[in-house]
Design a binder for this molecule. Sequence first.
Ligand code: NAP
Length: 293
Amino acid sequence: MQLIDGKLVSKEVRKSIAEEVTKIIAKGERAPHLAAVLVGHDGGSETYVANKIKACEEVGFTSTLIRYEDNVTEEELLNKVIELNNNPEIDGFIVQLPLPKHISEEKVTETIDPRKDVDGFHPQNIGRLTLGSPTFVSATPQGMLELLKYYNIATNGKHCVVIGRSNIVGRPMSILLSQKREPGNCTVTVLHSRSENLKEICRQADIIVAAVGVPEFVTADMVKEGAVVLDVGTTRVPSNETKSGWRLKGDVKFDEVSPKCSFITPVPGGVGPMTITSLMINTLKAANKEIYK
Ligand code: NAP
């Protein structure tokens, strides 16, 4: 069994992004600039945004954090999105989800200029992803593709079972892995809460992507010998051993599944670190106008 070290891969990718930023600045151009809009004080969102800002510092990007209280109106937020769309000093931006219930996430996402949509959530970018055209691939699936590439994990012709069909993880990952490219060319099965014979289907998988959000959902009896397992799950569970009082648990029962695997991602330290690094990749692409010329 080989552990897929997301921290290591992430460090290497960030180093190469930092080198590129140095070259950009040496040419007399400004550093890539990512803005993040954060509404409210949700613990998870605070942590994600803080880590994104930290990653920007690490690679030499400029970052701007725009904060609103929970009671911000939809109109105010949409006006900020339009302002960011029109600001030539900002290459890409994200609006951290989830948003308070009185604000339509759909409206906010659709108002973001697709050329600055580094989260890859805009319908235009998702459409391009589906067609296999250049696009901002959402961060978590892109991170997993980077991990598969880094470890030279063969995907060609393999049966990949993706558990979960969310718009930000399961769905795009299943599309990407089915496409005619490497990593890709998989035969993909997508499982969800209505799937029948889930365990049986998982047992047929060469590659399992677990994006369920249920701790330790994937058990050893669902995994065949030699399978590759990518664990996306990051559920906070109570813990007496940490200062915060919680720790992250993956969707895979790591202790019993890992001995059967050829490769597996741990939680934490697997898929997670690459997610934020992928956002940096997308911001660099936005600054270099690689997707939309
Ligand atoms: P989500 O939107 O809640 O989607 C979960 C998916 O799992 C849904 O498609 C759901 O099916 C399916 N599901 C739930 N219970 C199931 C069951 N008992 N059997 C089969 N399928 C089941 O979650 P998400 O946004 O994709 O995130 C999934 C997990 O990944 C979460 O723990 C999240 O925190 C984590 N995550 C981690 C990162 C990272 O960077 N590491 C990034 C994003 C997300 P239905 O569609 O039928 O409801």
